[in-house]
Design a protein around this ligand. Structure first.
Ligand SMILES: N[C@@H](CCC(=O)N[C@@H](CS)C(=O)NCC(=O)O)C(=O)O
Length: 233
């Protein structure tokens, strides 16, 4: 038995996207199965990955299944050390680990108010004080990453790493809901919008069937944003 990843809809499952982007960007030889969140089929599929209760879930060659995106990212990094999922420099890696861990544990207000939806973009979205506080913390962390690592960007800790994959869905919320951020943060969002691995992921998600209703919002719709400061490669 080899590794097998269970993921949810590419357009809607932000935790799946973090791991899916790692597989895509680092060309990891890990097969993926995709389920449509909150359907009967998804529940049956998830039952095959017990004791996981959420996606992403990773089945190991032993048959044991591990859950939690941060644990899965660590596992992939350990099993494919040559891929470089974390920065090689220990001091820079420590910063990347801290960023990924805080993202995994936090930003509940932003996640609740602006669920990831790669099929819709809006304007005029109100920003409550809790979301504003999350955005301020995110900007601070992104600036701090550059200062602490001495790396200019576009990625947080030099080359693209787990830290960037973990913030990719945050970047997509800022882009898709048109949330107000600093010019530096906007440039980082643009780097994600232009990232070829992300663009492949989003295109595959658009082909996954009809829209799902659970994240539908009544805000004014606008076309999906193109990067403003970076050319897609
Ligand atoms: N803390 C978990 C969160 C995973 C999660 O909430 N996944 C959602 C999809 S993005 C899910 O599986 N929802 C299905 C459900 O709750 O029934 C992780 O880091 O993997």
């Amino acid at each position: 038995m080899s590794l097998l990843l269970l993921l949810g809809d590419r357009s809607y499952s932000s935790w799946s996207m973090r791991i899916g982007l790692l597989v895509e960007r680092f060309a990891l030889p890990v097969p993926c199965r995709f389920g449509r969140l909150y359907t009967e089929d998804f529940r049956s599929l998830l039952a095959e990955f017990a004791p996981a209760r959420t996606v992403p879930a990773l089945r190991l060659p032993t048959g044991a299944v591990i859950a939690e995106s941060l644990a899965i990212a660590e596992e992939l990094a350990a099993r494919f050390p040559a891929a470089g999922l974390w920065p090689a420099d220990p001091d820079i890696r420590a910063v990347a680990r801290s960023l990924a861990a805080e993202m995994h544990a936090g930003f509940a207000a932003l996640r609740e108010a602006c669920p990831m939806n790669l099929r819709a973009a809006y304007r005029g979205v109100p920003v409550n004080e809790h979301v504003a506080a999350d955005l301020a913390r995110i900007e601070l962390l992104w600036d701090w990453a550059r200062a602490a690592t001495g790396r200019p960007g576009p990625w947080l800790c030099g080359d693209y790493s787990v830290a960037d994959a973990f913030f990719a869905p945050v970047a997509m919320r800022i882009a898709g809901y048109g949330l107000p951020v600093s010019a530096g943060a906007r440039a980082y969002v643009d780097a994600h919008l232009a990232d070829p691995a992300f663009r492949r992921w989003r295109a595959a998600g658009l082909a996954e069937g009809p829209d799902q209703d659970f994240y539908r919002c009544d805000f004014d719709r606008v076309p999906w944003p193109e990067p403003q400061t970076v050319n897609p490669s």
